[in-house]
Design a protein around this ligand. Structure first.
Ligand code: SF4
Length: 229
């Protein structure tokens, strides 16, 4: 993509701006971009709206694209198309993409590295394959085990993490996850763990070694529903 400075944009004519808009819409795979450029958002589909947003973000030729829930409310076919588009643009432009998602399947599919946040804090950073094979934080493990699997028999209920994420003003002392954590110690209530090396990544947990070695049993068989403590 050609770099265009703000000064050069200021000197552009309406016709050249229209051409640039059409080029960007075409770049994100919108068919008949000249027509779409003249339409209102309610005249195009949800998937196309996402593509337009990505085109707007690309207009500044970013080194980092922050995509916040780019696939929310899209059906799986359109979701796959949007993720393919982001992956292709990332390769072509050599930019980084910070994808924010609650969908573990999407994260597993597209991310090189996973960062997990809880109550405003980063609690785990790991390469994707290692994260899903051997998470080091109980919260990460609970999220993974709460995802239904098509390759396993439905012999038991899905694991669930009891309780809810605290409001920012009610953040507990010590480890912010301790009221919900089945592994908590007295130390956890007194001292917030720092991000420390674990495997190839970082984990903020006083018991990350145990989570990484015994993880499968920590949430197994739990049936508490959200809202219970
Ligand atoms: S520090 Fe303690 S309470 Fe926090 S996640 Fe680790 S084991 Fe659980």
């Amino acid at each position: 993509m050609r770099l265009v400075s703000c000064d050069r944009y200021a000197a552009r004519t309406p016709a050249s701006i229209r051409a640039r808009v059409t080029e960007l819409l075409s770049r994100v795979g919108i068919t008949d971009p000249a027509l779409r450029a003249r339409q209102f958002p309610h005249e195009i589909s949800g998937g196309m709206c996402q593509r337009v947003l990505i085109a707007i973000a690309l207009a500044g030729n970013p080194a980092l694209l922050i995509a916040d829930e780019p696939t929310t409310a899209l059906d799986v076919t359109i979701q796959a198309q949007v993720l393919d588009l982001l992956a292709g643009l990332r390769r072509e432009q050599g930019m980084s993409v910070l994808l924010i998602t609650h969908d573990m399947g999407v994260a597993a599919q597209v991310a090189d590295r996973i960062l997990v946040m809880y109550a405003g804090s980063l609690v785990e950073v790991a390469p994707t394959a290692e994260f899903f094979a051997q998470p080091g934080h109980p919260y990460s493990l609970g999220l993974i085990q709460a995802v239904p699997r098509v390759d396993e028999a439905r012999a038991k209920r899905l694991a669930a993490i009891p309780g809810a994420v605290p409001e920012a003003r009610d953040r507990p002392a010590g480890c912010p996850f301790h009221p919900r954590c089945p592994l908590r110690l007295d130390l956890c209530e007194a001292q917030e763990p720092e991000l420390s090396p674990a495997g190839s990544g970082l984990v903020a947990c006083h018991r990350s070694d145990q989570v990484r070695s015994d993880g499968a049993v920590i949430w197994a068989g739990r049936t508490a529903r959200a809202g219970q403590s």
